[in-house]
Design a protein around this ligand. Structure first.
Ligand code: 13P
Ligand code: SF4
Length: 327
């Protein structure tokens, strides 16, 4: 008979191991519901980086994608960082290969490079300042108006920021496979079916979709909007994992995820991130039980990538914390 390496009391075992290892479990809003519920802290990219930088745990178990776990290692190099599935990449990261980005930078020597945190450690090492969707506008507002800037890798976030700030940043041609494929036709249908609903969108969406939105912001900003706005119905243009916290924090609210354009809008689960969803409770348990896969980076890469990440943390120090702590 086949014996399973997965215990039946999975949650209990994860909590026991967490205690034993002196670990902290960090989770992004796009993780599956059970992972969000067992994590110590749930947050957006900025908050998870802040928590990784300040934790006194010995081990950081990162339930998110690889660039996020790399960020944790860069900011806390003395800690062991575990990622349940090392294949949890990001289409934005893949759209910006370091050799091409280096050549692009060299072709524009009078520009500084501002890079969205959704990129590899190698790209961070080639960057002046990292930003997230929570702090990009705030950081740009601290730079001279005539500063020439390359923005990578998300052309939609970059385009949104150009419009919002009046800048003319040179944009890298990358995009998020989840946010660029929401169906505009399905969005229009939802809007007609629920005329009182407010439309909220992540700035990784193309401008054609953002033009419908009542509110645009990072995952934490969208969550805050649904918690504090008097409206009861929301049409959500971001990865559907965040609906878990929206339901929890606004039990009377109704949330409509927008289907992806794949399969003519018929595929309701195509609006989820295939990379984020590689992490499962089973893999979370196995990585804690076996101490692997562990995220490792060379000392030189950590030193080079730390500079723009630390600059980001310093330039956004005045922004209020938004992370959710499970008690
Ligand atoms: P946030 O920083 O807004 O959580 O975004 C992360 C991300 O990957 C969005 O696709
Ligand atoms: Fe990357 Fe998009 Fe997934 Fe976010 S949702 S991790 S940007 S592929």
């Amino acid at each position: 008979m086949k014996t399973s390496a997965i215990p039946s009391n999975l949650e209990e075992e994860i909590l026991r191991l967490k205690h034993e290892m002196n670990a902290v479990i960090l989770a992004h809003y796009y993780q599956e519901d059970d992972i969000q519920d067992i994590a110590d802290i749930i947050g957006d990219s900025l908050e998870l980086a802040r928590k990784a930088a300040e934790t006194d745990a010995d081990v950081i178990v990162f339930c998110g994608v690889k660039f996020m776990a790399e960020g944790a290692k860069i900011l806390s190099p003395q800690k062991k960082v575990l990622l349940p599935d090392m294949k949890a990449g990001c289409s934005l990261e893949f759209s910006c290969p370091p050799a091409q980005f280096k050549a692009f930078r060299e072709a524009h020597p009078d520009h500084i490079a501002i890079t969205y945190i959704n990129c590899s450690a190698e790209i961070k090492a080639l960057t002046d300042i990292i930003v997230t969707s929570s702090n990009a506008e705030h950081i740009l507002s601290q730079l001279p108006k005539d500063q020439k800037i390359i923005f990578a890798p998300d052309k939609f976030l970059g385009g949104y920021l150009n419009k919002k700030t009046g800048r003319d940043m040179l944009l890298w041609d990358g995009s998020c496979m989840v946010h660029e494929r929401f169906s505009e036709r399905e969005l229009i249908k939802l809007k007609e079916q629920h005329p009182k609903a407010h439309i909220i969108a992540h700035p990784e969406c193309p401008e054609s979709l953002l033009s419908y939105a009542h509110h645009i912001g990072s995952t934490s900003s969208l969550l805050k909007f649904t918690e504090t706005h008097p409206a009861q119905e929301f049409i959500v243009l971001t990865e559907a994992g965040i609906l878990h916290q929206m339901h929890k924090r606004s039990p009377g609210g109704t949330f409509y995820p927008v289907p992806s354009a794949l399969d003519g809008g018929a595929c309701v689960s195509c609006n989820t991130c295939p990379y984020m969803k590689l992490n499962t409770m089973e893999k979370l348990y196995l990585c804690m039980a076996g101490g692997a896969p562990e995220l490792e980076l060379s000392t030189d890469l950590i030193a080079a990538a730390k500079r723009p990440l630390t600059r980001m943390l310093e330039m956004s120090a005045s922004l209020a914390p938004t992370a959710i702590r499970n008690s």
